[in-house]
Design a protein around this ligand. Structure first.
Ligand SMILES: [Zn+2]
Length: 138
């Protein structure tokens, strides 16, 4: 699942609260929402590493879309810091961004989802019906 989709989905699972991925009361930030949508339960010990495990490109460089020179002179930062800033400051505090806008921005910069490897059971893996029949009879 793309992170932008996971955050949107997770925003209906956990309560929004900036500053930490998860809080003991079950709330959390945008990354916590993304993790919650991927089956991570609200765990105060969940950290950046869990998000990086699912979305390694969070450490890639991007340009902060809101306050260009806040985090660095040329406006570049890593995607994770940009999400944290957008969520903690703009979505939670200033309320001049919505979680949907954050996800739209994220969708515009995140890499496409890698092709899922869908494995079809090969005929050899299918149960042999004659064997099943014999088992029933005996
Ligand atoms: Zn900003």
């Amino acid at each position: 699942m793309r992170l932008s989709e996971a955050i949107l989905l997770g925003s209906s699972i956990i309560k929004a609260k900036g500053g930490a991925i998860f809080y003991p009361d079950g709330s959390g930030c945008a990354l916590g929402m993304g993790l919650a949508a991927n089956g991570y339960t609200c765990n105060p010990f969940a950290g950046d590493g869990d998000a990086l495990h699912l979305w390694p490109w969070l450490k890639q460089a991007t340009v902060l879309p809101c306050c260009p020179t806040l985090l660095s002179e040329d406006g570049t930062t890593d995607v994770m810091s940009a999400i944290v800033h957008l969520f903690d400051f703009h979505v939670s505090e200033e309320r001049d961004w919505t979680i949907e806008e954050l996800c739209q921005w994220l969708a515009s910069i995140e890499p496409p989802e890698p092709e899922l490897q869908r494995s079809q059971p090969s005929p050899a893996q299918m149960p042999d019906r004659s064997v099943l029949h014999e088992l029933k009879v005996t």
